[in-house]
Each structure stands twice: as C-alpha cells, then as structure tokens.
Design a protein around this ligand. Structure first.
Ligand SMILES: *Cc1c(COP(=O)(O)O)cnc(C)c1O
Length: 476
C-alpha cells in the first residue's frame, strides 16, 4: 500500500507477511492461554459499549493498535466460549485449522455460489455435504446445504415442507413441535409464512420427549377442523435437557399421516457419526430433513450449520434460479450451492469444514465426539452421587440437567439455591454452566461438547459444584 497514493488498497507481499505474523502471534498467544483465562469475562459493560460508538474514521489506524484493543479490551469482555471449562448452553468449537481455511477462503475470494465459477472448490463443499450424508445414513437422493447455523438450516427445511405439502395456501397448514423444541423453529416458521397460531405445542413425557399419542390426537383434531397438517418437528437433543424424542415413532407417524418430518439435530446429530452411539439416535436417518450444526458437534467455529434433505428435489424446488446473465447450470450430478439455498454471492463455508476433516481425519473426530459423551455420563454420575444434588436423568447424549435438593424447602427455594449455585461456580472462574426452566422448575444443565473439555474440566466441575452446594446448604 503506497502511502502517497490514496486509491491504492493493495498491500505489498512484505506488508502482508508482516501483518499476517502480527495477527498470528496474537491468535496463538490467545488460544494457548485459554485454560488460564477467566471462564466468563466482565460482560456488564453496557456503558463502555455506548462509549465505543464512533463515526467511521477518515484515515486509517495501525494494525497493532487495533489488535491491542481487540485482545486487550474487547475479546476478554465476553463468555469465554472457546475455553475448556465452557459447559454452558450448547458449547461451540473453534478448531484452529478452520481459521486458516477462512483466511485462505477470504483472500482467494473465489465465487462459490455457482458451480462454473469455481468447480473444484464447489466440489470440496459437495464432498463435505456427502460426508455428512453418509455419517447420518441418509440416502443417495439427499441434497444438502451449508448455512450460517442451525436456525437457517431449519428455515430452509420448513420452506421445503411448505412447498411440498401446502403450495400457495399457507393459512390452512399446521405444524407440530414439542413443548421443548428450540425457539428457532417458531422464528423459522414465521419467516416461512407459518404463523404461531398454526403451530401446535405437543406436551412431553417425564423425560422431556414428545408424547406421540398427543401428537396423533392433535393432528386428528386439526384434520377434523378442515386444516392441513404438513410438518412435524422432532428434536435429536433438546436445548434444555438434551432429550431425544422417540424418532422412530415420529417417523412412523409422519409416514402414516403423510406429513414432513423435520429433525432438529443442531445439538445432537453429530453423535450419529460414531457407530456405537447410533442406537441413542435410532430413527434419525428416517427424517425428511435434518438440521445439524458443525459449529457445535463437529467443533467448527460459529458460522457453520448444515441441512440435509432426503429428497434433494424438494430443496432444489425451493431454490431454483434461472437468469440469462448466469452461467449455464452444471450437469445434474454436480452441486450448485445457489440452486440449493437462498444465497447467490456468499462466503465459502465448505473450506473450513473440509480442511478440518482432512487434517484430523474422521477417526480422530469420532474419538473426540465419543469422549464428550463419556465425560458427560461421568459428570452426571458423580454429581448425582452428591447428597445435595438431584440429576434428573443420565444424559441421552452429552447434556443433563440437575437441581439442588434442600431438605424441607419448597420448589421456589430450590430454584433460588440452584440459580445461586450457577453464579458461585462461574465466579470461581474455571467452569461455566447455565440453567433453564423445564418441568416446572429451574434446572442447572451441563453440556459437554467443546473439544477442549477433557477429564480435568469435568473433575473441576464436580469439585466446584460439590463445594458450592455444600456451602449453600450450610447457609454460607
Ligand atoms: C443451537 C441450536 C439451534 C439453533 O442453531 P444456531 O446454530 O444457533 O442457529 C437449534 N436447535 C438446537 C437444539 C440447538 O442446540
């Protein structure tokens, strides 16, 4: 970049190398120090954020100054979602090679919306989708799409169901979800033109799984009222307690009722990559569509979701495009992202997944996924053995819920104690867990899904929960 030529935005080779080194130094120091970083930074900084507002600068700053502020001031003021002790919500990942892939994708900046513009690169993305297909045991007819996350995967799935079953008359269509379904389904349905009054919330059983009998009755009621049931959404791991709906029963019912069966696997689908864990998700391969989140269960950084649609023609029907200024479509056996999803110009999400799977190999990823389940089972067993703790159920996958048990206390008292436990554990700085409301109480929940969470963090979790629970019981 020539300082005397204001229209010159290109860096020289030497400048790029120096900037790359400067950024990489920070990246490596940051990642290497994750275990020592507080598990939750100070996020009560609303006033700081207001003070950060500024108009666009007229002249450029220097890189070190920007990096100083990012790594010194702004990144630390957050939940440390990439730290090993993060077992809150559904942990994301952040495998390092994905960052390299993003740098390559952003600086090569090829156009991957259409096959013809970068055929070999698009093929890498098609390979990724075909790996997902085979891990999920979906048939050859499947088409897929990489999305920014599970929410957008769900949106595209509902579009497919709507297009296939409703045509232009959306108001008569009804959809069915469990009481424990992720809120993104309601949002996606609304985006797809399905309003909340057309969504039926089906009650769950004592283990938070959709009651299939109640579902059958709700469908029959709507048919009797002249409505058109078109979509059942199951969960392969709910956000609150990690419950897995009876997937085979849902698939049977959906087939009998001729409705679309969408499965929310944003949290749990990647456990299906491990053959020995497939029985925990029996029926998953029978869904009409499956949302999965590589940025959770495959340890990718945020920004990578995926959708598989068993009858690929349904996905193409929603996203068909034709315009004289576009290159001629690829032949049928070749993949075109823009003909399978809403975007035309887009980033290149395939490369980060491809790079990680190629560098690690599937066996290593499977070992890590299976370990997360073992760790969660271990954590649930050890927490459940504490006298002050009641674990509701062992983890269906790698998530379980628990609450404090106070002799003689009402539910409200136990709720308050459980909330306080979460705060106290987080304040110790090593592990972070969060809570939810389900089954009429406040529950703490533990989700082991970060690739960085290992036995040591589970040991710390058990130690900190047990000490803080004892202190709460003694009124300290
Ligand atoms: C995370 C999650 C979603 C939403 O996915 P995003 O990637 O956050 O958009 C949906 N369902 C479940 C069960 C989830 O865990």
């Amino acid at each position: 970049m020539d300082p005397k030529d204001p229209a010159d935005l290109e860096y020289t080779a030497e400048q790029m190398a120096a900037m790359g080194r400067a950024a990489l130094d920070r990246v490596v120091a940051h990642v290497a120090s994750l275990p020592e970083q507080p598990i939750c930074g100070n996020v009560e900084v609303d006033d700081l954020c207001r003070a950060m507002r500024e108009s666009a600068p007229e002249s450029g700053a220097d890189l070190e100054t920007l990096l100083d502020r990012l790594y010194g001031e702004w990144i630390p003021r957050s939940f440390t979602t990439s730290a090993p002790g993060y077992m809150a919500y559904i942990p994301g990942g952040g495998l390092f090679p994905a960052g390299l892939a993003d740098l390559i994708a952003d600086t090569s900046n090829r156009f991957t919306g259409l096959w013809r513009a970068a055929p070999a690169l698009v093929q890498l993305e098609a390979n990724v989708l075909s790996w997902f297909r085979s891990w999920m045991q979906f048939p050859e007819s499947t088409a897929g799409l990489l999305t920014p996350g599970g929410s957008m995967a769900t949106f595209n799935a509902i579009l497919c169901a709507r297009e296939r079953h409703l045509g232009p008359d959306l108001r008569s269509g009804t959809a069915y979800v469990s009481d424990e379904v992720h809120h993104c389904v309601f949002k996606a349905a609304r985006h797809a033109g399905i309003m909340p009054d057309r969504i039926r919330r089906i009650p769950v059983d004592e283990r938070f799984r959709m009651r299939v009998g109640a579902l059958r009755e709700a469908i029959a009621r709507d048919r009797a009222d002249g409505l058109r049931p078109f979509l059942v959404v199951g969960s392969a791991g709910t956000i609150n307690t990690g419950a897995v709906d009876p997937l085979d029963d849902l698939a049977d019912l959906a087939a009998r009722e001729r409705v679309w069966f969408h499965l929310d696997g944003a949290y749990g689908a990647f456990f299906h990559v491990c053959p020995e864990l497939r029985p925990l998700l029996a029926g998953l391969p029978r869904a009409d569509s499956l949302a999965l989140d590589p940025h959770k269960g495959l340890f990718l950084p945020y920004g990578t979701g995926a959708l598989l649609v068993r009858d690929g023609a349904a996905l193409r029907a929603v996203h068909a495009i034709d315009a004289s200024y576009l290159p001629v479509p690829a032949s049928d056996d070749l993949y075109e992202p823009a003909r399978h999803g809403p975007d035309l110009s887009r980033g290149y999400p395939g490369l980060r997944v491809w790079m990680c799977v190629k560098l690690f190999g599937a066996a290593r990823l499977r070992a890590a996924i299976a370990e997360k389940r073992r760790l969660a089972v271990d954590a649930a067993r050890r927490l459940g053995a504490l006298p002050a703790v009641r674990v509701l159920d062992p983890p269906a996958l790698s998530l379980f819920a628990f609450h404090l048990r106070l002799p003689g206390a009402a539910v409200a008292g136990e709720n308050a104690a459980t909330r306080s436990l979460l705060d106290r554990v987080r304040a110790r700085g090593k592990v972070m867990i969060t809570g939810c409301e389900a089954g009429g109480r406040f529950l703490a929940r533990v989700c082991v899904l970060s690739f960085r969470t290992r036995q040591a963090q589970v040991d710390t979790l058990v130690e900190h929960v047990s000490e803080e629970a004892a202190a709460i019981l003694q009124g300290e």
